[in-house]
Design a protein around this ligand. Structure first.
Ligand code: ATP
Length: 283
């Protein structure tokens, strides 16, 4: 399914996975989406930051929102987390409308965000930051502070260190840990790569399979398109608050992504699916 998207919003019919991970077979797209956004409109003052945005994220997916600066990616994630209120449209978790719920209530139901720029409490220790996440934990999940230390082995030894003293990559790991201890069902990741060296970005994204193996679903925002295409089972491109492309990475061409990303009318000529992505956006 390759879907340059018009006013009608994204097509979310059959969604076979890329076959690389369990949970992304033919069944995806046939059941209830774990997370759904319907026809969302969000304003910042007079600015319409999101316009008629819809998406469906199925269990086990890594759904990537891509787009240039100011496309509306963070606004979308923050609206799903409950930090912005839409003027139109709705957010559903497991078929239940959560649009009116405050962020803490959404977190307790399983929508948890790692915000852009990490937003840690720099004067608090690693463990104290993790405790903040645990305070909003959804009951019944398997993530604990100990489980986070199990995933990031350096963290336990440095649990008393102030997070302001950590490197950017280490801070990002703590921010992810803080979200995980809240036991999310859907983990929202906003620009994990921001301000980090490529090798650190690789290491951070390298943790995704371990996180997914615990049953989580991921919706992420990335400006680094090649990074998003490497990890995503599904992508959606935003441009000036509207959806311009939606589909599986294997089904979209580099030309289509480029046209959708930059708004180059007529640049979406058909090519070999997936060909040349990395040469366009070196990771
Ligand atoms: P970036 O990668 O630069 O963060 P983005 O795709 O995440 O970009 P948003 O941050 O969602 O985009 O911003 C979408 C538009 O809304 C931009 O024009 C931005 O300037 C504007 N905007 C975002 N937040 C606010 C705000 N709190 N008040 C006013 N305008 C805002």
């Amino acid at each position: 399914m390759t879907a340059p998207v018009g006013d009608e919003g994204p097509v979310n019919g059959e969604r076979p996975g890329n076959g690389e991970r369990p949970g992304n077979g033919e069944r995806l797209g046939n059941g209830t989406p774990l997370l759904e956004v319907r026809n969302l409109a969000v304003y910042h003052g007079q600015l319409r930051a999101l316009d008629a945005i819809s998406l469906q994220v199925f269990p086990g997916e890594v759904y990537a929102i891509i787009g240039a600066n100011g496309a509306g990616k963070s606004t979308l994630l923050r609206t799903i987390a409950g930090l912005h209120q839409p003027t139109e449209g709705s957010v559903l978790l497991d078929g239940r409308d959560v649009t009116q719920l405050r962020p803490e209530r959404r977190a307790r139901q399983g929508i948890v965000m790692v915000p852009e720029g990490r937003r840690l409490f720099g004067s608090l220790s690693v463990e104290e930051n993790l405790q903040v996440g645990a305070a909003y934990a959804r009951p019944g999940g398997s993530w604990t502070i100990d489980a986070v230390y199990g995933m990031f082995d350096w963290m336990r030894e440095r649990r008393s260190q102030r997070t302001a003293q950590l490197s950017g990559g280490e801070q990002q790991a703590v921010a992810i840990g803080r979200a995980l201890v809240a036991n999310p069902r859907v983990l929202l990741l906003d620009e994990l790569s921001l301000g980090l060296a490529p090798v650190v970005v690789q290491r951070i994204y390298g943790m995704l399979p371990q996180i997914l193996a615990t049953g989580l679903t991921v919706l992420l925002v990335e400006q680094d398109v090649s990074q998003a295409l490497r990890v995503a089972t599904h992508i959606q491109c935003l441009l000036e608050g509207r959806t311009t492309l939606e589909g599986r990475p294997a089904d979209v061409t580099a030309e289509q992504v480029e046209a959708a990303y930059f708004g180059l009318a007529g640049a979406a000529s058909a090519g070999q699916a997936g060909e040349g992505m990395d040469s366009l956006w070196p990771g």
